[in-house]
Design a protein. Structure first.
Length: 340
């Protein structure tokens, strides 16, 4: 019955991408309430343990799809082993001006410059507390546009404190290309100080709440090998639990002839696949062996996911692949990763 998706996709792709996304989420919520999400996919149970957490399977939804946690239950019903919500900021913000989301169908890619549009961390926490999804839920945190880079740590610490009791893990997003200056937090001269503060606060929160919540860092694909090596050395000393490799890219290799190639923003989808896998392999060669790695970026098929696991990933996340391949991709990847 997942063959329904190609028909639905043809209709939805006639609308602009952001309208399509919003409409799709509302449709999914309606289908979920009717108990009919099995028509678009289904769960495949293949338990996996990482970071001290038991996952129903190794396939997750990347951050950005459900920024506010408004659709956790309906998305969870598609069979994800984990869902990452956000990026969330301390205060609500509208994000960048529209249009800010562009499809490149021939290249199976998306360009976005959303700019951390979200309803704020208080709204997200209320949604986490209401959710009935039994799977793992991670929260991706960032800073408000109006907050200076010098004071960025205050926004991240605020979000960490607010989500800690409700999150299964937290991802520190220092790699989005759509917030000016944000990627400078990845540089070694800033990163050690920044992650030390995160680690110290996590220690205090663990004592206060009586639970240990893993913290991961999401990495840009646009760093050189020497920069990735510097990043890994700081990461190894930080006590953080894992990495997500990778975020969207500013590179336009593979989409140069698209009408949208000149649009500002981060590129995701098939053109990112090779670079994402290369960054994963580089990071795996430098980071501590016990660190968890989640692969993201350019995973549009079961072969893509399996290649990332063979390159050293523990878990995988999809986003653009869900748009082009449909929700049946979740079960297909889960089954393929179990059987190899």
């Amino acid at each position: 019955m997942s063959s329904l998706y190609p028909v639905l996709k043809r209709l939805l792709f006639k609308l602009d991408p952001e309208t399509t996304h919003d409409l799709s989420m509302l449709l999914l919520k309606t289908v979920h309430r009717a108990g009919m999400t099995r028509l678009f996919g289904g769960a495949w149970r293949a338990p996996y343990r990482a970071m001290g957490i038991d996952f129903e399977n190794r396939v997750g939804l990347a951050a950005g799809f459900d920024k506010n946690g408004d659709f956790i239950d309906s998305l969870g019903s598609l069979g994800f082993g984990f869902i990452e919500v956000g990026t969330v900021t301390p205060r609500p913000q509208p994000g960048n001006d529209k249009p800010r989301l562009f499809r490149l169908p021939r290249q199976r890619a998306v360009i976005n410059r959303m700019g951390f549009n979200n309803k704020g961390v208080d709204h997200l926490v209320s949604q986490l507390q209401k959710a009935r999804f039994k799977g793992v839920v991670g929260v991706n945190i960032g800073k408000n546009l109006a907050t200076s880079i010098e004071n960025a740590h205050e926004d991240y610490l605020h979000c960490l404190r607010r989500v800690y009791a409700s999150a299964d893990y937290v991802t520190v997003n220092v790699s989005s290309p759509n917030t000016p200056g944000l990627r400078s937090l990845q540089r070694k001269e800033h990163l050690a100080f920044f992650l030390d503060l995160i680690g110290e606060e996590r220690g205090r929160l663990a004592q206060r709440h009586g639970k240990f919540v893993p913290v991961l860092v999401k990495v840009s694909p646009d760093e050189s090998e020497s920069q990735l090596a510097d990043f890994a050395r700081v990461f190894n000393d930080s006590g953080m639990d894992g990495l997500i490799a990778v975020n969207t890219t500013l590179c336009r290799k593979g989409v140069e002839d698209s009408v949208h190639a000149a649009e500002a923003g981060g590129l995701s989808g098939a053109p990112l696949k090779k670079r994402a896998e290369k960054v994963l392999r580089i990071l795996k060669s430098y980071i501590n062996k016990d660190a968890t790695v989640i692969a993201s970026g350019g995973i549009l098929s079961t072969d893509d996911a399996l290649a990332r696991v063979r390159a050293g990933a523990d878990l995988v996340q999809v986003y653009t692949g869900l748009i082009y391949a449909g929700p049946g991709l979740v079960k297909d990847i889960s089954r393929r990763l179990e059987t190899g």
